[in-house]
Design a protein around this ligand. Structure first.
Ligand SMILES: *[C@@H]1O[C@H](CO)[C@@H](O)[C@H](O)[C@H]1NC(C)=O
Ligand SMILES: *[C@@H]1O[C@H](CO)[C@@H](O)[C@H](O)[C@H]1NC(C)=O
Ligand SMILES: *[C@@H]1O[C@H](CO)[C@@H](O)[C@H](O)[C@H]1NC(C)=O
Length: 371
Protein backbone atom coordinates (compact mmCIF):
# COMPACT_ATOMS: atom_id res chain seq x y z
CA UNK A 1 0.00 0.00 0.00
CA UNK A 2 2.62 2.47 1.15
CA UNK A 3 5.01 1.27 -1.53
CA UNK A 4 2.44 1.69 -4.27
CA UNK A 5 1.66 5.31 -3.29
CA UNK A 6 5.34 6.12 -3.14
CA UNK A 7 5.87 4.66 -6.56
CA UNK A 8 2.83 6.69 -7.82
CA UNK A 9 4.35 9.81 -6.36
CA UNK A 10 7.64 9.03 -8.03
CA UNK A 11 5.78 8.55 -11.26
CA UNK A 12 4.11 11.98 -10.99
CA UNK A 13 7.41 13.58 -10.15
CA UNK A 14 9.08 12.16 -13.21
CA UNK A 15 11.32 14.98 -14.51
CA UNK A 16 9.47 15.30 -17.82
CA UNK A 17 6.06 15.53 -16.12
CA UNK A 18 7.42 17.94 -13.58
CA UNK A 19 8.75 20.08 -16.41
CA UNK A 20 5.37 20.15 -18.16
CA UNK A 21 3.61 21.02 -14.90
CA UNK A 22 6.00 23.89 -14.28
CA UNK A 23 5.53 25.06 -17.85
CA UNK A 24 1.75 25.13 -17.37
CA UNK A 25 2.09 26.98 -14.09
CA UNK A 26 4.38 29.54 -15.74
CA UNK A 27 1.93 30.03 -18.59
CA UNK A 28 -0.94 30.56 -16.14
CA UNK A 29 1.07 33.15 -14.19
CA UNK A 30 1.98 34.93 -17.42
CA UNK A 31 -1.64 35.06 -18.57
CA UNK A 32 -2.72 36.39 -15.18
CA UNK A 33 -0.05 39.09 -15.22
CA UNK A 34 -1.07 40.19 -18.73
CA UNK A 35 -4.70 40.29 -17.65
CA UNK A 36 -3.87 42.33 -14.54
CA UNK A 37 -1.88 44.93 -16.51
CA UNK A 38 -4.72 45.13 -18.98
CA UNK A 39 -7.16 45.87 -16.18
CA UNK A 40 -4.90 48.63 -14.85
CA UNK A 41 -4.59 50.24 -18.27
CA UNK A 42 -8.37 50.21 -18.68
CA UNK A 43 -8.81 51.89 -15.35
CA UNK A 44 -6.29 54.61 -16.21
CA UNK A 45 -7.91 55.30 -19.54
CA UNK A 46 -11.29 56.07 -18.03
CA UNK A 47 -10.45 58.80 -15.59
CA UNK A 48 -10.57 62.11 -17.37
CA UNK A 49 -14.12 62.90 -16.31
CA UNK A 50 -13.19 62.43 -12.66
CA UNK A 51 -10.68 65.28 -12.56
CA UNK A 52 -11.91 68.39 -10.84
CA UNK A 53 -10.18 71.74 -11.09
CA UNK A 54 -11.03 74.97 -9.33
CA UNK A 55 -9.06 78.12 -10.02
CA UNK A 56 -8.83 79.66 -6.55
CA UNK A 57 -6.90 82.78 -7.53
CA UNK A 58 -4.77 84.18 -10.34
CA UNK A 59 -2.48 87.11 -9.58
CA UNK A 60 0.01 88.13 -12.25
CA UNK A 61 1.31 91.23 -10.51
CA UNK A 62 4.97 91.15 -9.53
CA UNK A 63 5.99 93.29 -6.58
CA UNK A 64 9.34 91.73 -5.73
CA UNK A 65 12.60 93.53 -5.07
CA UNK A 66 15.54 91.23 -5.79
CA UNK A 67 18.17 90.59 -3.19
CA UNK A 68 20.12 88.13 -5.30
CA UNK A 69 20.39 89.07 -8.96
CA UNK A 70 21.50 86.18 -11.13
CA UNK A 71 23.33 86.74 -14.38
CA UNK A 72 21.58 85.08 -17.27
CA UNK A 73 24.23 82.85 -18.89
CA UNK A 74 22.64 82.60 -22.33
CA UNK A 75 21.37 86.04 -23.22
CA UNK A 76 23.94 87.70 -20.93
CA UNK A 77 21.26 90.16 -19.96
CA UNK A 78 22.42 92.76 -17.47
CA UNK A 79 19.88 92.14 -14.76
CA UNK A 80 18.25 94.77 -12.64
CA UNK A 81 16.97 94.70 -9.09
CA UNK A 82 13.35 95.18 -10.09
CA UNK A 83 11.08 92.86 -11.97
CA UNK A 84 9.56 95.62 -14.12
CA UNK A 85 12.76 96.08 -16.10
CA UNK A 86 12.22 95.44 -19.80
CA UNK A 87 15.38 93.32 -19.87
CA UNK A 88 13.82 90.87 -17.47
CA UNK A 89 10.59 90.71 -19.45
CA UNK A 90 12.58 89.53 -22.46
CA UNK A 91 13.67 86.41 -20.58
CA UNK A 92 11.53 83.35 -21.38
CA UNK A 93 8.95 82.90 -18.63
CA UNK A 94 9.08 79.87 -16.33
CA UNK A 95 5.80 78.21 -15.32
CA UNK A 96 6.82 76.43 -12.15
CA UNK A 97 4.22 73.79 -11.23
CA UNK A 98 4.09 72.64 -7.61
CA UNK A 99 1.71 69.90 -6.50
CA UNK A 100 1.00 70.12 -2.79
CA UNK A 101 -1.36 68.50 -0.28
CA UNK A 102 -2.60 69.33 3.22
CA UNK A 103 -0.34 67.86 5.91
CA UNK A 104 1.75 68.91 8.87
CA UNK A 105 4.68 70.33 6.84
CA UNK A 106 2.69 71.96 4.01
CA UNK A 107 3.04 75.62 4.99
CA UNK A 108 6.66 75.19 6.09
CA UNK A 109 7.68 73.59 2.79
CA UNK A 110 5.81 76.17 0.71
CA UNK A 111 7.35 79.06 2.66
CA UNK A 112 10.83 77.72 1.99
CA UNK A 113 10.19 77.00 -1.67
CA UNK A 114 8.39 80.32 -2.17
CA UNK A 115 11.36 82.21 -0.80
CA UNK A 116 13.62 80.38 -3.25
CA UNK A 117 11.31 81.37 -6.09
CA UNK A 118 11.37 85.01 -4.95
CA UNK A 119 14.87 85.14 -6.45
CA UNK A 120 13.77 83.94 -9.86
CA UNK A 121 12.97 86.48 -12.52
CA UNK A 122 10.02 86.19 -14.87
CA UNK A 123 8.33 83.27 -13.18
CA UNK A 124 4.73 82.23 -12.55
CA UNK A 125 4.20 79.83 -9.67
CA UNK A 126 1.32 77.42 -10.28
CA UNK A 127 0.45 75.86 -6.93
CA UNK A 128 -2.09 73.05 -7.19
CA UNK A 129 -3.46 71.85 -3.87
CA UNK A 130 -4.86 68.33 -3.44
CA UNK A 131 -7.86 69.63 -1.57
CA UNK A 132 -11.62 69.88 -2.10
CA UNK A 133 -11.66 73.57 -1.25
CA UNK A 134 -9.52 76.68 -1.74
CA UNK A 135 -7.37 77.10 1.36
CA UNK A 136 -7.39 80.84 2.28
CA UNK A 137 -4.27 80.39 4.42
CA UNK A 138 -2.39 79.14 1.37
CA UNK A 139 -3.61 82.14 -0.58
CA UNK A 140 -2.30 84.53 2.09
CA UNK A 141 1.09 82.81 1.97
CA UNK A 142 1.26 83.11 -1.83
CA UNK A 143 0.11 86.69 -1.90
CA UNK A 144 2.64 87.77 0.76
CA UNK A 145 5.52 86.50 -1.37
CA UNK A 146 4.68 89.12 -4.01
CA UNK A 147 5.39 86.88 -6.97
CA UNK A 148 2.93 86.06 -9.77
CA UNK A 149 0.96 82.96 -8.87
CA UNK A 150 -1.96 80.74 -9.78
CA UNK A 151 -3.64 78.91 -6.94
CA UNK A 152 -5.57 75.81 -8.02
CA UNK A 153 -7.49 73.27 -6.04
CA UNK A 154 -7.37 69.84 -7.67
CA UNK A 155 -8.39 66.94 -5.41
CA UNK A 156 -7.28 63.44 -6.35
CA UNK A 157 -10.27 61.44 -7.67
CA UNK A 158 -11.62 59.38 -4.80
CA UNK A 159 -11.07 56.02 -6.52
CA UNK A 160 -7.23 56.35 -6.32
CA UNK A 161 -7.06 56.95 -2.60
CA UNK A 162 -7.41 53.22 -1.89
CA UNK A 163 -4.71 52.16 -4.40
CA UNK A 164 -1.73 50.20 -3.11
CA UNK A 165 0.66 52.80 -4.49
CA UNK A 166 -1.22 56.09 -4.50
CA UNK A 167 -0.49 58.29 -7.54
CA UNK A 168 0.32 61.42 -5.54
CA UNK A 169 0.52 64.78 -7.25
CA UNK A 170 -1.02 63.56 -10.49
CA UNK A 171 -4.37 65.34 -10.25
CA UNK A 172 -2.41 68.51 -9.38
CA UNK A 173 -0.09 68.31 -12.38
CA UNK A 174 -2.99 67.45 -14.66
CA UNK A 175 -4.82 70.52 -13.33
CA UNK A 176 -1.79 72.70 -14.11
CA UNK A 177 -1.57 71.20 -17.61
CA UNK A 178 -5.23 71.95 -18.25
CA UNK A 179 -4.83 75.50 -16.88
CA UNK A 180 -1.95 76.07 -19.32
CA UNK A 181 -3.97 74.56 -22.15
CA UNK A 182 -7.14 76.51 -21.45
CA UNK A 183 -5.18 79.78 -21.18
CA UNK A 184 -3.47 78.93 -24.51
CA UNK A 185 -0.01 79.61 -23.12
CA UNK A 186 2.57 78.66 -25.75
CA UNK A 187 5.43 80.95 -24.70
CA UNK A 188 7.76 79.96 -21.92
CA UNK A 189 8.93 76.83 -20.17
CA UNK A 190 7.13 74.28 -17.98
CA UNK A 191 8.80 72.71 -14.95
CA UNK A 192 7.41 70.36 -12.29
CA UNK A 193 8.92 71.18 -8.88
CA UNK A 194 7.64 69.43 -5.74
CA UNK A 195 7.18 71.45 -2.57
CA UNK A 196 9.83 69.55 -0.59
CA UNK A 197 12.62 69.63 -3.20
CA UNK A 198 15.67 71.90 -3.03
CA UNK A 199 16.54 74.09 -6.00
CA UNK A 200 19.84 75.74 -6.90
CA UNK A 201 19.12 79.12 -8.52
CA UNK A 202 21.32 78.18 -11.47
CA UNK A 203 18.62 75.69 -12.46
CA UNK A 204 16.26 78.51 -13.40
CA UNK A 205 18.77 80.44 -15.53
CA UNK A 206 19.33 77.25 -17.51
CA UNK A 207 15.88 75.69 -17.91
CA UNK A 208 14.39 78.98 -19.09
CA UNK A 209 16.18 78.57 -22.44
CA UNK A 210 14.80 75.08 -23.10
CA UNK A 211 13.95 74.73 -26.80
CA UNK A 212 12.11 71.40 -26.64
CA UNK A 213 12.94 69.26 -23.60
CA UNK A 214 15.97 69.69 -21.35
CA UNK A 215 17.26 67.21 -18.77
CA UNK A 216 19.67 67.25 -15.82
CA UNK A 217 20.61 65.17 -12.74
CA UNK A 218 18.37 64.98 -9.66
CA UNK A 219 20.10 64.26 -6.35
CA UNK A 220 18.83 61.95 -3.58
CA UNK A 221 16.84 59.68 -5.92
CA UNK A 222 16.57 55.91 -5.41
CA UNK A 223 19.30 53.42 -4.54
CA UNK A 224 22.08 55.50 -6.15
CA UNK A 225 21.09 58.81 -4.49
CA UNK A 226 21.11 60.19 -8.04
CA UNK A 227 19.15 59.90 -11.26
CA UNK A 228 20.86 61.32 -14.31
CA UNK A 229 21.02 61.16 -18.07
CA UNK A 230 24.31 59.74 -19.35
CA UNK A 231 26.09 62.13 -21.66
CA UNK A 232 28.61 61.47 -24.40
CA UNK A 233 29.79 64.22 -26.74
CA UNK A 234 27.17 66.60 -25.33
CA UNK A 235 24.34 64.21 -26.18
CA UNK A 236 22.09 62.12 -23.97
CA UNK A 237 22.88 58.48 -24.82
CA UNK A 238 21.28 56.56 -21.91
CA UNK A 239 20.11 56.90 -18.30
CA UNK A 240 21.57 56.16 -14.89
CA UNK A 241 18.68 55.43 -12.54
CA UNK A 242 18.41 52.57 -10.03
CA UNK A 243 14.78 51.79 -10.96
CA UNK A 244 14.66 51.28 -14.75
CA UNK A 245 11.34 49.35 -14.62
CA UNK A 246 11.42 49.05 -18.44
CA UNK A 247 10.76 52.78 -18.67
CA UNK A 248 11.79 54.49 -21.90
CA UNK A 249 12.40 57.65 -19.84
CA UNK A 250 13.73 56.55 -16.43
CA UNK A 251 13.90 60.09 -15.02
CA UNK A 252 12.48 61.94 -12.04
CA UNK A 253 9.70 64.52 -12.32
CA UNK A 254 12.18 67.24 -11.30
CA UNK A 255 14.74 66.14 -13.91
CA UNK A 256 13.33 67.79 -17.02
CA UNK A 257 11.79 71.01 -18.38
CA UNK A 258 9.56 71.40 -21.43
CA UNK A 259 9.15 74.34 -23.79
CA UNK A 260 5.46 75.33 -23.94
CA UNK A 261 5.54 75.94 -27.70
CA UNK A 262 6.78 72.38 -28.09
CA UNK A 263 4.17 71.05 -25.62
CA UNK A 264 1.37 72.79 -27.54
CA UNK A 265 2.17 70.65 -30.58
CA UNK A 266 1.02 67.60 -28.60
CA UNK A 267 -2.65 68.15 -27.74
CA UNK A 268 -2.80 64.62 -26.32
CA UNK A 269 -0.09 65.34 -23.75
CA UNK A 270 -1.17 63.78 -20.47
CA UNK A 271 -0.06 62.28 -17.22
CA UNK A 272 -1.76 59.03 -16.15
CA UNK A 273 -2.70 58.05 -12.61
CA UNK A 274 -0.03 55.36 -12.56
CA UNK A 275 2.35 55.62 -9.62
CA UNK A 276 5.99 55.42 -10.72
CA UNK A 277 5.27 55.80 -14.42
CA UNK A 278 4.06 59.43 -14.56
CA UNK A 279 7.27 60.88 -16.03
CA UNK A 280 7.66 58.08 -18.57
CA UNK A 281 4.07 58.32 -19.78
CA UNK A 282 4.13 62.12 -19.92
CA UNK A 283 7.36 62.21 -21.94
CA UNK A 284 5.99 59.49 -24.25
CA UNK A 285 2.84 61.57 -24.76
CA UNK A 286 4.91 64.48 -26.12
CA UNK A 287 6.78 62.40 -28.70
CA UNK A 288 10.23 62.93 -27.19
CA UNK A 289 13.25 61.59 -29.06
CA UNK A 290 16.52 60.89 -27.24
CA UNK A 291 18.70 62.89 -29.64
CA UNK A 292 16.55 65.99 -29.14
CA UNK A 293 17.13 66.23 -25.39
CA UNK A 294 19.13 69.26 -24.27
CA UNK A 295 21.48 68.27 -21.39
CA UNK A 296 21.97 71.01 -18.78
CA UNK A 297 23.90 71.47 -15.50
CA UNK A 298 27.35 71.50 -17.12
CA UNK A 299 26.77 68.39 -19.23
CA UNK A 300 24.92 66.68 -16.34
CA UNK A 301 27.93 66.79 -14.02
CA UNK A 302 26.33 69.12 -11.43
CA UNK A 303 23.26 68.72 -9.26
CA UNK A 304 20.92 71.75 -9.32
CA UNK A 305 17.89 69.99 -7.87
CA UNK A 306 17.63 67.67 -4.87
CA UNK A 307 14.77 65.38 -3.97
CA UNK A 308 14.96 66.28 -0.29
CA UNK A 309 12.55 64.54 2.09
CA UNK A 310 12.03 64.65 5.81
CA UNK A 311 13.39 61.11 6.31
CA UNK A 312 16.94 60.03 7.09
CA UNK A 313 18.60 57.67 4.59
CA UNK A 314 22.15 56.33 4.62
CA UNK A 315 24.42 57.28 1.70
CA UNK A 316 24.41 54.25 -0.64
CA UNK A 317 27.43 52.42 -2.02
CA UNK A 318 27.25 51.82 -5.79
CA UNK A 319 29.15 48.84 -7.15
CA UNK A 320 31.27 50.27 -9.95
CA UNK A 321 35.04 50.57 -10.25
CA UNK A 322 36.72 53.87 -11.07
CA UNK A 323 38.24 52.30 -14.19
CA UNK A 324 34.78 51.35 -15.44
CA UNK A 325 33.63 54.94 -15.00
CA UNK A 326 36.71 56.15 -16.88
CA UNK A 327 36.07 53.64 -19.66
CA UNK A 328 32.51 54.91 -20.07
CA UNK A 329 33.91 58.24 -21.35
CA UNK A 330 30.76 59.93 -20.09
CA UNK A 331 29.63 62.49 -17.50
CA UNK A 332 29.32 59.71 -14.89
CA UNK A 333 32.99 59.87 -13.85
CA UNK A 334 32.80 63.54 -12.84
CA UNK A 335 29.22 63.36 -11.54
CA UNK A 336 29.83 60.39 -9.23
CA UNK A 337 33.19 61.70 -8.03
CA UNK A 338 31.56 65.02 -7.12
CA UNK A 339 28.69 63.27 -5.30
CA UNK A 340 31.14 61.08 -3.40
CA UNK A 341 33.03 64.17 -2.25
CA UNK A 342 29.71 65.62 -1.10
CA UNK A 343 28.91 62.41 0.83
CA UNK A 344 25.71 61.84 -1.19
CA UNK A 345 26.79 58.38 -2.37
CA UNK A 346 30.00 56.39 -2.82
CA UNK A 347 31.25 53.88 -5.36
CA UNK A 348 33.56 50.91 -5.21
CA UNK A 349 34.43 48.01 -7.48
CA UNK A 350 34.16 45.52 -4.66
CA UNK A 351 30.67 45.96 -3.26
CA UNK A 352 27.37 47.79 -3.18
CA UNK A 353 24.23 48.08 -5.27
CA UNK A 354 24.64 47.03 -8.92
CA UNK A 355 25.16 49.88 -11.41
CA UNK A 356 22.83 49.66 -14.40
CA UNK A 357 22.36 51.74 -17.53
CA UNK A 358 19.03 52.07 -19.34
CA UNK A 359 18.14 52.96 -22.87
CA UNK A 360 14.93 52.36 -24.85
CA UNK A 361 13.40 50.55 -21.87
CA UNK A 362 16.27 48.01 -21.74
CA UNK A 363 18.89 47.77 -19.02
CA UNK A 364 22.39 46.38 -18.82
CA UNK A 365 25.19 46.54 -16.30
CA UNK A 366 27.36 49.64 -16.43
CA UNK A 367 30.43 47.40 -16.70
CA UNK A 368 29.31 45.79 -19.95
CA UNK A 369 27.92 49.11 -21.26
CA UNK A 370 31.19 50.95 -20.63
CA UNK A 371 33.26 48.58 -22.80
C1 LIG B 1 -1.95 90.67 -6.31
O1 LIG B 1 -0.82 90.67 -5.46
C2 LIG B 1 -0.33 91.92 -5.12
C3 LIG B 1 0.89 91.72 -4.26
O2 LIG B 1 1.87 91.06 -5.01
C4 LIG B 1 -1.39 92.75 -4.40
O3 LIG B 1 -0.90 94.06 -4.14
C5 LIG B 1 -2.63 92.82 -5.26
O4 LIG B 1 -3.66 93.45 -4.54
C6 LIG B 1 -3.08 91.43 -5.65
N1 LIG B 1 -4.21 91.49 -6.58
C7 LIG B 1 -5.33 90.85 -6.36
C8 LIG B 1 -6.37 91.01 -7.42
O5 LIG B 1 -5.51 90.18 -5.37
C1 LIG C 1 -15.66 58.67 -11.77
O1 LIG C 1 -16.61 59.09 -12.69
C2 LIG C 1 -17.55 58.09 -13.04
C3 LIG C 1 -18.45 58.64 -14.14
O2 LIG C 1 -18.58 60.02 -14.08
C4 LIG C 1 -18.34 57.66 -11.79
O3 LIG C 1 -19.27 56.65 -12.11
C5 LIG C 1 -17.36 57.18 -10.75
O4 LIG C 1 -18.03 56.85 -9.55
C6 LIG C 1 -16.31 58.23 -10.48
N1 LIG C 1 -15.31 57.72 -9.55
C7 LIG C 1 -14.87 58.36 -8.45
C8 LIG C 1 -15.53 59.60 -8.04
O5 LIG C 1 -13.96 57.93 -7.81
C1 LIG D 1 -4.64 62.70 -30.37
O1 LIG D 1 -5.59 61.68 -30.14
C2 LIG D 1 -6.58 61.60 -31.14
C3 LIG D 1 -7.63 60.59 -30.67
O2 LIG D 1 -7.04 59.43 -30.14
C4 LIG D 1 -5.91 61.18 -32.46
O3 LIG D 1 -6.87 61.10 -33.47
C5 LIG D 1 -4.88 62.24 -32.82
O4 LIG D 1 -4.16 61.85 -33.98
C6 LIG D 1 -3.91 62.47 -31.69
N1 LIG D 1 -3.07 63.61 -32.00
C7 LIG D 1 -1.74 63.60 -31.93
C8 LIG D 1 -1.04 64.86 -32.32
O5 LIG D 1 -1.11 62.62 -31.58
Amino acid sequence: MIFSSISKLLHICHPRKLFIMLLCLGLMLYLYATYATDQIDKEFASVIENDTLTVCKENFSDKRQFVYVPQDPVSNIVTSTTQTSSHVEKLPKIYFVTPTYPRREQMAELTRLGQTLMHVQNIVWIVADDSESCNPRLDTLLSNLGLPYIHLSSPMPFMYKSHKSIPRGVSNRRAALSWIKSNKITDGVLYFGDDDNTFDLRLFSEIRHTQKVSMFPVGLIGDYSISSPIIKNNKVVAFFDSWPAKRTWPVDMAGFAVNLGYLAKYPNATMPYKAGYEEDAFLKSIGLKINEIEPLALGCTEVYVWHTQTTKTKAPLIKVAKDTLKNSKSNLMLLLTTLSEMGVNHFSGSGGVKAIVSRDGKSKSLISWAH
